[in-house]
Design a protein around this ligand. Structure first.
Ligand SMILES: Cc1ncc(COP(=O)(O)O)c(C=O)c1O
Length: 362
């Protein structure tokens, strides 16, 4: 791959791009052109700051159209901040949050939740990243016991960290359970739009009965833009104070809102989700021609997890960037970004066929 030139802004910066397209993460892709155009469109004249600008109002209208009139929309910069701030206003340090053992909140946020609200996570063993109310009985035996961290919220990841979706019935069960136990129900929706497309439901149906959602932008073609969606009146007023203390209050909010406006208006979110989920599904279907490869989880998002024959991993990674998820089982993760294509799927399959010729598995 030749030098990549960033010359448009009068800068000339050269960088060798070893992997022009990566399966490593949906964070590896750039910004969707429609989102970039919206940023450019918002970049004129002066506007109020801290959420009081016109673009925030426009984006709010789109959020209400898709999630219902009650939704309160708050922007932050990262998915970690969205998760932590979705929960912090509702919790005291003696409270705990129930999540799965592979939840991003638990495994990949460097203890930010524990540092920020000072409480505890109860991480339950999961089925493909999903947890269920029946698993929690033990945690409720000591309610009121001053020696025990008191459960106050449940955090589900949808789609899960390995790309599997809860069904609408699963979500209803959790919602009912949380009402009975007076718990907050949080959804880490870094890729929520993929779940809506896979399940064939609207974003509103999907979030019915949920109190707060981390709604992902960056992994879906935006840039440093995530939204916390509050559906409950509890802590509606407090949220803003927590966000400021977390240093996540953007001043030039129009540039976060403009991205979400482009994402939601004319349902670009759906177009992207249909594109990435169907490419992921198509790829996993084509892998049937390679019995040496095991698709490890149902493909219900933009992720394909595969157990590859060990000798194939290195040569394939020479051509396509991806991560080995579990070196013991040779489990690898392929993430499909918004700018992935059929053509790239085919290139990957061709490469696998080549590698098979060089390293046949008996
Ligand atoms: C399910 C999930 N939640 C939250 C995040 C956090 O995003 P960020 O890296 O922007 O903090 C990620 C990022 O990989 C994720 O996969």
């Amino acid at each position: 791959m030749g030098p990549y030139v960033f010359a448009r802004a009068g800068l000339t910066v050269f960088a060798e791009l070893k992997f022009p397209f990566s399966l490593g993460s949906d964070n590896h892709s750039g910004v969707h052109p429609k989102v970039m155009a919206a940023l450019a469109a918002a970049n004129r004249g002066h506007a109020h700051a801290y959420g009081l600008d016109e673009v925030c109002e426009l984006a709010k209208t789109e959020f209400r159209r898709l999630f219902g009139p009650k939704v309160q929309v708050e922007y932050v910069f990262t998915g970690t901040a969205a998760n932590v701030l979705s929960l912090a206003p509702f919790l005291s340090s003696f409270n705990s949050v129930i999540c799965s053992e592979m939840a991003h909140l638990h495994m990949d946020e460097c203890g930010a939740p524990e540092k920020f609200w000072g409480g505890k996570l109860f991480a339950l063993p999961s089925k493909d990243g999903r947890i269920f109310p029946e698993q929690t009985a033990e945690l409720f035996q000591r309610m009121g016991d001053q020696h025990f961290s008191q459960p106050k919220a449940v955090s589900l990841t949808l789609p899960s960290e390995v790309g599997v979706c809860y069904s609408l019935d699963d979500l209803k069960n959790w919602s009912r359970f949380c009402r009975e136990k007076n718990l907050m129900l949080h959804v880490d929706g870094a890729r929520l739009t993929n779940a809506a497309v896979t399940l064939g439901v609207s974003l509103r149906e999907l979030t019915e009965g949920v109190d707060v959602v981390s709604f992902g932008g960056t992994k879906n073609g935006l840039m440093g833009a995530e939204a916390v969606l509050l559906f409950t009146d509890r802590a509606k007023n407090e949220f803003k104070f927590y966000r400021k203390q977390a240093m996540q209050l953007s001043s030039k909010t129009r540039f976060l809102a403009a991205q979400f406006y482009a994402f939601l208006k004319e349902d670009l979110w759906r177009e992207i989700a249909v594109h990435t989920t169907s490419l992921a599904r198509g790829l996993s279907e084509s892998l049937k021609d390679f019995p040496e490869i095991r698709v490890a989880f149902p493909v219900q998002s933009n992720a394909v997890f595969v157990e590859l024959p060990k000798p194939w991993i290195h040569p394939l990674r020479e051509k396509f960037m991806f991560y080995v998820w579990d070196p013991q089982t040779h489990l690898c993760r392929w993430m499909i970004s918004w700018d992935w294509s059929e053509d790239l799927n085919q290139k990957l399959l061709n490469e696998i066929a080549e590698v098979r010729k060089c390293f046949p598995i008996k």
